[in-house]
Ligand binder design. Structure first.
Ligand code: NAP
Length: 365
C-alpha cells in the first residue's frame, strides 16, 4: 500500500560507486521513518529490473537479481515516462559516467524527477547543457545535486555554493583535483627524499589500480579540466567547455598515438629525462612540482598544469592520493578555506551521492 510520503528511486549503474550507494541506501531506508523510500528501477547498460506497478525491488539483493534478470533497460525517454507516471515524488540516481544519460537530465527534471549523480559529464559538457539543466530544475522545482562530481565525497561543491550564496567573494580556487596525479607527484617529487623515476611511478600507480586502464586518460589532464569547468561555472564564470582553457597534457607528443596503454607504458621510460628536468628546475628554487588546477575568478582565467610550490605549502605537503582544494575569498582573507582528503573510492563517492539524496528528500516534501 503506497504511503503519502513515498519516494520512488531509480538507480542507473551498479559499479564501484553504485554498489556502495545501494548499501548506503539500504541502511537509509531502514533509518528514515519520515518517508518511505522505494527502489523502483535499477539498471546497468545491459540489464534492468522494474515492475509496472512500481513494486519495491529488494535493495539488498538488487545486484545479484540484476545479474539474472531477463529485462532490458528502458530507453531514457521511456524511463522518464515510467517515473513521471508513478504519481509520487521520484529521484534518478545516475551512477554511470555516460554522456547520453547526462544529456537527458533536462528531460527528467522538466518532468519533476530530481537527479543526483557523481557523473561529471553533464556539468562539464557544453554550457548550454548546464543552463538547460538548471533552468529545467528552476521551472519544475525538481532538484539536482552533483557533490561527488568534484573531489568525490569531499564537501567541495556545497562549500562553494554556500560561499557564493551567502555573498562572499570567491577570488581564487586552487588545488589538486586528481587522486592519480596526487599519488604520482607525491611519490615522484616528495618533499623529502628523491622520489622514483616518472615512468616507474606511472607503472606503479597503474598496478595499484590508481589509474584508468590506459594511464593516458589521467595524464591528458581532461579529468581535472572537467572538475575545474564545474567549479568555475559555480563561481560565476560561463566556461564554455573543458577544452576552452589551457590544459597541460603530460603525455609526450611522440606517445599520443601509441596503440595501447601497454605500449605507452613500455615506451614511457624513453621520456623520463623530460620530467626529471621539470623536477630539477623546481628543486633549484627549493620547491616541488605538482599538477594543479586553478581558477582566477577576477581575471576570468582557468588553467590546469604543472606548478612549483614551496615545501611548506599545503599543496606540496599532500600525502598519498588525497585531493586538496583551497578557496581564497574576501571573508577568508589571505588564509584560504582548505578542504582535503580522499578524492576517490566507492564508499566516499557514494557518501556524497547519498548525502545529495538526503538533501533532495528534505526539499521535495
Ligand atoms: N570511483 C570513484 O572513485 C569515483 C570518484 C568520483 C566520481 N566518480 C564517478 O562516479 C561514476 C561511477 O563510477 P564507478 O567507478 O562506479 O564506475 P564503474 O565501476 O565503471 O561503473 C559504471 C556503472 O555504470 C553502468 N553503465 C555505464 N553505462 C551505462 C548506460 N549507458 N546505461 C546503464 N548503465 C550504464 C555500468 O554498467 P555496465 O557494466 O553494464 O557497463 C556500471 O554498472 C562515474 O561518473 C565516475 O566518474 C567515481
Amino acid at each position: 500500500m503506497a504511503s503519502a510520503r513515498q519516494v520512488y528511486i531509480a538507480v542507473i549503474g551498479t559499479g564501484g560507486v553504485g554498489k556502495c550507494f545501494l548499501s548506503q541506501l539500504s541502511a537509509l531506508t531502514k533509518r528514515r521513518t519520515s518517508q518511505k523510500l522505494v527502489l523502483c528501477y535499477i539498471s546497468t547498460s545491459k540489464k534492468a529490473i522494474y515492475n509496472d506497478d512500481y513494486a519495491a525491488i529488494d535493495i539488498d539483493n538488487a545486484v545479484s537479481a540484476l545479474a539474472s534478470s531477463a529485462q532490458s533497460p528502458l530507453a531514457l525517454n521511456n524511463l522518464v515516462t515510467y517515473l513521471a507516471a508513478s504519481g509520487y515524488k521520484t529521484v534518478l540516481v545516475d551512477n554511470t559516467s555516460n554522456q547520453e544519460i547526462a544529456d537527458s537530465y533536462p528531460i527528467f527534471l522538466e518532468r519533476g524527477i530530481s537527479v543526483v549523480t557523481p557523473n561529471k559529464k553533464a556539468f562539464s559538457g557544453s554550457y548550454k547543457l548546464w543552463q538547460d539543466i538548471f533552468n529545467a530544475s528552476a521551472t519544475s522545482g525538481a532538484r539536482v545535486y552533483h557533490e561527488s562530481s568534484v573531489g568525490a565525497g569531499l564537501p567541495v561543491i556545497s562549500t562553494l555554493n554556500d560561499l557564493v550564496e551567502t555573498g562572499d567573494e570567491v577570488t581564487k580556487i586552487e588545488g589538486v583535483f586528481s587522486g592519480t596525479m596526487s599519488f604520482l607527484f607525491n611519490s615522484f617529487a616528495p618533499t623529502s627524499g628523491s622520489g622514483g623515476k616518472w615512468s616507474a611511478e606511472v607503472k606503479k600507480a597503474k598496478e595499484l589500480g590508481y589509474t584508468e586502464p590506459d594511464p593516458r586518460d589521467d595524464l591528458n589532464g581532461l579529468d581535472v579540466a572537467r572538475k575545474l569547468t564545474i567549479l568555475a561555472r559555480l563561481a560565476g564564470l560561463p566556461v564554455e567547455s573543458p577544452t576552452s582553457f589551457p590544459v597541460q597534457s603530460l603525455i609526450p607528443k611522440e606517445l599520443e598515438s601509441a596503440s595501447s596503454g601497454d605500449e605507452f607504458l613500455a615506451k614511457l621510460p624513453e621520456f623520463d629525462s623530460q620530467m626529471e628536468q621539470v623536477k630539477a628546475e623546481a628543486e633549484k628554487e627549493g620547491k616541488v612540482v605538482r599538477f594543479v588546477g586553478s581558477i582566477d575568478v577576477g581575471a576570468k582565467q582557468v588553467k590546469v598544469g604543472l606548478e612549483k610550490f614551496d615545501l611548506s605549502h599545503p599543496i606540496a605537503a599532500l600525502k598519498g592520493s588525497d585531493n586538496i582544494i583551497s578557496f581564497y575569498t574576501k571573508r577568508y582573507g589571505s588564509n584560504p578555506l582548505i578542504i582535503q582528503g580522499a578524492g576517490a573510492g566507492g564508499e566516499v563517492t557514494a557518501m556524497g551521492v547519498t548525502a545529495d539524496l538526503l538533501k533532495v528528500l528534505s526539499q521535495i516534501y
